[in-house]
Design a protein around this ligand. Structure first.
Ligand SMILES: [Fe+2]
Length: 104
């Protein structure tokens, strides 16, 4: 369904909000694809089929990353929060709490 990504009447939403909704939906779909490939790879016995699925899953990592970067460029608070969490060693929950506190 074309409007499942909306929780409010689409005609009342700005173009920017509709684009964000599309990209957030895409991000979810890329995460689902990563999950589906992960599960298929884990049970596939055929070596060639497994290699093809691993290759396909790498594409989904790229798609997820591009979608996420787009979203982070649109939402300053989202970017600032994730900057405090991602690619840092240490306690993830601690970083999350600190990131949330520092963004306002
Ligand atoms: Fe994809």
């Amino acid at each position: 369904m074309a409007t499942e990504q909306y929780h409010e009447p689409p005609e009342e939403l700005s173009q920017k909000t509709r684009t964000l909704a599309r990209m957030l939906t895409s991000l979810i779909e890329e995460a689902e694809a990563i999950n589906w490939y992960e599960q298929r790879i884990s049970v596939e016995k055929n070596k060639d089929a497994k290699a093809i699925m691993r290759n396909a899953q790498k594409e989904e990592f790229k798609h997820f990353g591009m979608d996420l970067e787009f979203l982070l460029r649109q939402k300053k608070e989202f970017r600032e929060t994730l900057q405090g969490i991602l690619f840092q060693p240490g306690d993830i929950v601690e970083h999350g709490e600190e990131a949330e506190d520092s963004v306002d």
